[in-house]
Design a binder for this molecule. Structure first.
Ligand code: CA
Length: 225
């Protein structure tokens, strides 16, 4: 099934190549060039992802995001912004966005972010039907359960687990985890990742007989059980 994307952007220089690329990748794309159009479009159709520019001619993108969430929009929101300050990222996440991409960005980077967002959404959808030995990863609530017992995780531990859970029984490479969980470019060391995985393992072991995070030497990690 094709994923539906609402692209909210007023600059045609950005819109045209994006629409072309997204179409080629199999996404069904609708466009809106103002905040009002975006809110109206989201009330008419169900989208998996809204790609949302912050600098719109009428309503600020962050306000559009808040209004979409207030209206019950459940899909992912990826914010695009020419402003690259850290503050924007934080404020964006507070407004209900899931990820943030600074302009200028490469199309490959954008596509990778969309895939990551869709994986998270599919974890969200599959969480409720998982078996007993499986961890229940509730991405919306940012919570993990073993049976009725909640496992308290830090933000990064949760993010790492969410990526692994979305790829159950498959190997996830170290570089994929680094780019999806820490987003920014990293240089060389993945020590932070190892520390996070170590803590995550301890917490899962304490929680009971559930899936384990297995190291696949020289490649990455796999959630199996
Ligand atoms: Ca703009």
């Amino acid at each position: 099934m094709s994923h539906r994307v609402l692209l909210v952007e007023d600059e045609s220089d950005i819109v045209s190549p994006l629409v072309q690329t997204l179409g080629r990748e199999g996404y069904v794309v609708d466009q809106a060039s103002s905040g009002r159009d975006a809110i109206a479009a989201a009330s008419r159709a169900t989208y998996d992802i809204v790609i949302l520019d912050l600098g719109l001619p009428d309503i600020d993108g962050l306000e559009v995001c808040r209004r979409l969430r207030a209206a019950g929009y459940k899909g992912a929101v990826l914010i695009l912004s020419a402003r690259s300050q850290e503050i924007d990222r934080v404020v964006g996440l507070d407004a209900g966005a899931d990820d943030y991409l600074a302009k200028p960005f490469g199309l490959a980077e954008l596509l990778a972010r969309l895939r990551a967002l869709l994986r998270r959404t599919s974890v969200r959808a599959s969480g409720a039907s998982a078996g007993d030995h499986r961890l229940q990863v509730d991405v919306d609530a940012h919570r993990v359960y073993v049976g009725d017992h909640e496992v308290a995780l830090t933000g990064k531990e949760f993010d790492v687990l969410a990526v692994l859970a979305a790829n159950r029984d498959k190997v996830v490479s170290r570089s994929q985890l680094m780019s999806e969980v820490w987003s920014e470019a990293w240089y060389g060391s993945t020590k932070t990742l190892d520390v996070t995985i170590g803590r995550l393992r301890q917490k899962l072991e304490k929680a009971g007989p559930v899936e384990r995070v297995v190291t696949v030497r020289g490649v990455g990690f796999r959630l199996e059980g």
